[in-house]
Write a protein that binds this ligand. Sequence first.
Ligand code: FES
Ligand SMILES: [Fe+2]
Length: 377
Amino acid sequence: MTAAPHDISLPASLLRTLPGTAYADPDVFALEQERIFERMWICAVRGADLPGPGSFRTVQIGRESVLVVRTREGGIRAFLNACRHRGAQLCAEDSGEVKRTFRCPYHAWTYALDGSLVAAPNLAKMPDIDRVEYGLLKVHVREWLGYVWICLADEPPPFERDVIGAAVERLGNAEAIEHYDTGQLTVGRRITYDVKANWKLVIENFMECYHCSTIHPELVSVLPEFAKGYAAQYYVGHGAEFGGAVEGFTVDGRPGVSRIPGVTEDQDRRYYAITVKPQVFINLVPDHVIVHRMFPVTADRTLVECDWLFLPEVVASGTDLDASVELFHRVNVQDFAACERCQPTMTSRSYAKGGVLVPSEHHIAAFHQWHRAMLES
Ligand code: FES
Ligand SMILES: [Fe+2]
C-alpha cells in the first residue's frame, strides 16, 4: 500500500484522519455494510458455542441475519436466516438447539441442518420443487483459531491473504500465532460491550498507543514501554515487554495462570496485538489470548464481544481468572469511554475535515486508505 499523499496544508508531522462524516453519516455506514462487512471474512461465532448437532447461533453480518449451525456430521454450515417460501425469519433467537430441522413458524416449511428443504405442507403435491434449490441460501464458512468465520460474498476474498495474512504481517512469520494454540483454548470469560461509537473509532483506538499513558495506568505499569506512545502494532514482529517486576499479564502484575505450552521463550513475557480488518483484534500474552469481535449496529453504535481464552485445564480447575481478566476489561472500558467521547464531535463543524494523526499514529493512515479504497470498490 502506498503512503497517503501528504496534505500540504498540514505540518509534515501530521496526517489527516477521515472527515467526521465518515464516522457518523448513515449513508457511509450503509455503504460500509455493503462493501466491507458483506464482502469480507467476518469472525462470527466461537466454535465451542455450537457444542453439538443442531446447536445454532444467529448473527448479524452487514444487513443480513445469518444462521450458523452444527451439522449432524459435526461440521459447521451457515445460511441466510430467511425462509425461502415467503421470507419469514427462520430463527428469532440468538442461540439455541434444534433436534433435526428448522421449521418456519409461518407455513411450516422445514429445513434440515444442511439447509435442504425436507418438508412443507402439501410438498408431495409439488414434485417439481427442487429441495436443494429451495433450501436455505448458504454462505461461506471457514474455521480458524477456534472461531467460525463467515463471508457473504459470492466469491470470497482469499482467507489466507486477508485473515491469516493479517497475523503473519503483524507477527512477522506464519508460525508465531500457532504457538498459542488458540483453537484449543477455552473461553474463561466473555464480556459484551455496547459502545456508543463508530466501529472505526474503536479500530483506530486499538491501533495506537499515544493514549496509553493518559488513560491506561494499569496497562502501562505492566507494559512500561507503552508510556512512550508506540503501540505494539507500530513495529512488525514486536511484542511489548512486561516490566521487570511484573510477574504476569494481570491487573496488578501478580502472577497469571499456567503458560500456554507452545509459547516460545521469545514470546514469553510479551504482549502482541493484531488487527484483522474489519472487525477482529487478537491479543496474545503467554498464558491467555484475548479476542475482540466487533459488530457495528449503527453509525454511532458498535457491540464488542470480548473473549478471554485460557488453557482448558485452567478453566476446568476453577482457577481464579479475575486478575487476568480485570486488566484488559479495564483497558476496554477506558478505550470505549474514549471512543464515546469522540463520537459526538464527529458531526461538529470543528471536525468537518477530520482530525490529525501524530507520527506514532501515522500507521492509521493506511487503515484510512484501505477504507476509502473499499468504499470505492
Ligand atoms: S414464510 Fe416460511 S413457510 Fe411460509
Ligand atoms: Fe487503549
